[in-house]
Ligand binder design. Sequence first.
Ligand SMILES: Cc1ncc(COP(=O)(O)O)c(C=O)c1O
Length: 310
Amino acid sequence: MLPTPLREAPRLAETLGVRGRMLLKRDDLTGFAVAGNKARQLEMLIAAARESRASVLVTGGTPGSNFCQAAAAAAAWAGLRCVLVYAGSPSRISHPNLVAATHWGAEIRWTHDPDRAFVDVAIERAAAELTLDGHVPYTVPRGGATPLGATGFHLAALELAAQLDGPAVVVVATGSGGTQAGLVSGAVALGRDLLIRGASVSRPPDEAARRVLELAGGCARLMGTDIPHAADVVVDDARGPGHARASEEGERAARLALRASGTVLDPVYTAKALGALPRILGERRHDPDLTTVFWHTGGLLDAVAGWETR
Ligand SMILES: Cc1ncc(COP(=O)(O)O)c(C=O)c1O
């Protein structure tokens, strides 16, 4: 259900010490399954899978992956088989995202290797096996981070601009980089009235920025718009103790978001990004003329997950 709502959040701004106007872009409310912002990139990826006459969608991540869960739902909706390759081995307690993905009909495979980076290799291997068995796989790397997936967020930046009446700083959680990449590509196409600031929750910021720049370039090429420069990609550190581990800053922000705006944030992505928002704005926090948009990417099932299940 697009456009997703853009809501005023004056009490949240006040509790975070942000003087200007603050808005929440509620991409947790895209309306497709429990996919949050992932619905935007999956719309593009599923269309490409269909176009290539694929019979099976193959992707992967960690058992807590919101993207995998959303991909399973999208594949079910599109009538495609879905194979998910997860890092590590099955654990006693399943993460709600894994439970949901299984429930949507995805077939689960494990790498038996805790290294998350190995998942992308395992996805290609699974696809090769499926091909040998006569299936037509469509592979998607972790987080759906491809230039094509990012085009969904390029369009989302245009959607936001149409809802706003001027420039804004946009703060968004960055993991595999596709979301920020698409928003940056869209912001550059619009003439840079939107300043996109990524809060990296899993990778060192310079590594995340390199990935985002590359994906944003690929996305802009697909859209036929201006190629973003390195200066368009700004990533701050919101990792706290590391990927999928709650940060104190994030936990505090999640409590504030619930009390001040009735918004549920997950500890892995959105809470960390909102927690980092005052730091990201720096002195501009005190500027009454600044409009800040916090991009709520979703992650609802992560919000209710126990840490031991990741
Ligand atoms: C809830 C949520 N927010 C933000 C992100 C980060 O998006 P990206 O991986 O495109 O950087 C993810 C990625 O899985 C996510 O699940």
